[in-house]
Design a protein around this ligand. Structure first.
Ligand SMILES: [Ca+2]
Length: 228
């Protein structure tokens, strides 16, 4: 009897621990891991660039990275010009993380790298514009919904944490709860989001990486989430 009680209590304790202990650096440890990419096999198979001639896997600093080697051309609407989306998983709620480096001259304040999500087609997606300066359309969460991008994050222009100011690696994480529409974007500080928004316009889609009009590279990407 005593043993049974002990076993029952241990089981309940384990259940409680499993539900409560956050895994370091993860906002949504409840979301299943879908896939990780370190590009060490030299391949970016399954990634779909809008212009394949601009993307390649290269060796940099002893590791292989996925590089955006050329800036894109502005299309009919004002929106990021370069992206490569992971074509394998259409997700609703997700956590997408990794590291990125911007190649653009540090004298250019609006330099950027972008993370895409709920991508449905070339004119319907969200993106996080990680930049060296916070301004009207720099360092924002943007929505492209068939027209010029619109800033949707809650932080007023010039107040958000803009950390893409150098030629070093920066870690990022973008989290979205599709049910509530809560979106959070982190750079370097994985505890306090740099950008936040509430929006449920699109609801699902692909994740991706790229830039508004700059070049750079990405590595160690990880996607957790719920496939549609
Ligand atoms: Ca790598």
């Amino acid at each position: 009897m005593k043993n049974k009680l002990l076993i029952s209590l241990s089981f309940l304790l384990l259940l409680g621990l499993a539900a409560r202990i956050p895994i370091s650096g993860q906002d949504r440890p409840d979301l299943p891991l879908i896939r990780e990419w370190d590009f060490e096999d030299g391949s970016a198979a399954g990634w779909r660039p809008n212009d394949p001639s601009h993307w390649r896997v290269v060796t940099s600093g002893g590791t292989k990275v996925y590089e955006l080697a050329m800036p894109g051309d502005q299309g009919k609407i004002r929106a990021p010009t370069s992206w490569s989306v992971w074509s394998g998983d259409d997700v609703t709620s997700f956590e997408f993380s990794g590291r990125m480096k911007c190649y653009t001259d540090t004298a250019v304040p609006g330099r950027d790298m972008c993370v895409f999500f709920h991508y449905q087609d070339p004119t319907h997606f969200y993106y996080v514009h990680f930049s060296g300066e916070s301004a009207d359309v720099h360092n924002i969460i943007g929505l492209v919904n068939g027209a010029d991008r619109v800033k949707i994050n809650l932080e007023p222009a010039a107040t958000s944490a803009a950390r893409l100011k150098d030629l070093e690696w920066h870690v990022f994480k973008v989290v979205c709860d599709a049910r509530t529409g809560e979106i959070r974007a982190y750079i370097d500080d994985m505890e306090t989001p740099a950008l936040t928004a509430h929006d449920r316009t699109l609801g699902h889609g692909l994740v991706g990486i790229g830039a508004f009009d700059d070049t750079g590279c990405f590595d160690d990407l990880r996607l957790r989430g719920l496939s549609r």
